[in-house]
Design a protein around this ligand. Structure first.
Ligand SMILES: [Zn+2]
Length: 295
């Protein structure tokens, strides 16, 4: 069990591992040939790579709020899909990871969705013994961008498989749904960066204390192996836009030594980035607990 956590100004951050799964390596690396990407990441006999669903819990002393950013794929898959994705909830799962850090679902005041693909929001609801859908976090306000909600509730044919109706409907109908605009500020020191190449209206929560910044990377940079600019997922709706967003983002991250919290990287929790001869590379590999906080 990973107990990585960090005191960061008025915030306390906790890595919440919600399980492991596998996705097709080809789809995860888009136009990059397998002979290249398979040098850097292990691939199984079905051509799949291992991925984390690492979420971020943030408590704020200033506001008393407890935010959970994304919540994994949840438990609503049937056996067929559990096998397709080789879903592993023994490695870790949402509720036991929260409990290990001393949190109960009722403690969460805010659910922030980077976006609503199944591996980011499936934990929001579960089926009870009577097969009724229930909300896991009864006290939480939900936050999703307006543009993203529009695309998730009326998806195009290519993206449809990522937006499961049993995930989306309860979120869209939740009475405490807060539809946010781009660049939303949750509170002082915590806002969101909008990106739309992977899916329209994705938001990346960003926490800044003094001159230190930690960003939740969601699907702009799923793993550290995706650092080279053209290594963009085949899943992305607008890969050319991802290229531009990634370059602009990584230049800032290099410049200001941002700490990048990786949601899907099975090996690395946090990285910093450098640029050498025009290429982005990992500078440091850390866990949340290793971030040297200067305040
Ligand atoms: Zn996604």
């Amino acid at each position: 069990m990973n107990l990585s956590e960090l005191s960061f100004g008025p915030f306390h951050l906790y890595a919440i591992e919600t399980g492991r799964f596998r996705l097709d390596g080809g789809a995860m690396f888009g136009v990059v040939p397998k002979t290249l990407w398979s040098r850097y990441i292990d691939v199984d006999e079905k051509n799949r790579i291992l991925m984390a669903m690492r979420c971020l819990l943030i408590t704020s002393e200033s506001t008393g709020r407890t935010y959970l950013v994304d919540n994994g794929c949840g438990t609503k898959f049937n056996e067929k899909y559990e096998n397709i994705y080789q879903l592993d909830h023994n490695h870790s799962n949402l509720l036991s990871s929260l409990e290990h850090h001393g949190f109960a679902p009722g403690d969460i005041t805010d659910l922030i969705f980077s976006h609503l693909h199944f591996d980011h929001c499936g934990g929001t609801t579960y089926y009870d013994e009577e097969d009724s859908l229930r909300h896991t976090f009864p006290n939480a306000q939900y936050h999703v961008t307006e543009k993203h909600l529009a695309t998730a509730t009326d998806p195009n044919a290519r993206e449809k498989a990522s937006f499961l109706p049993e995930n989306i409907r309860p979120i869209a109908e939740w009475e405490k749904l807060n539809v946010v605009d781009e660049y939303y500020q949750y509170e002082e020191g915590m806002d969101a960066l909008p990106v739309s190449g992977h899916t329209i209206g994705q938001q990346l929560p960003k926490i800044t204390v003094g001159d230190q910044t930690i960003v939740f990377m969601a699907d702009l940079l799923p793993t550290h192996v995706h650092l080279p600019l053209p290594w963009v997922m085949g899943y992305d709706m607008y890969p050319v836009q991802t290229l531009k967003e990634k370059e602009r983002f990584l230049d800032k991250a290099v410049d200001q030594n941002w700490y990048l919290f990786l949601e899907h990287d099975a090996e690395q929790e946090v990285i910093t980035v450098k640029k050498e001869e025009g290429r982005y590379k990992v500078k440091e590999k850390l866990s949340l607990s290793d971030i040297p906080v200067d305040n």
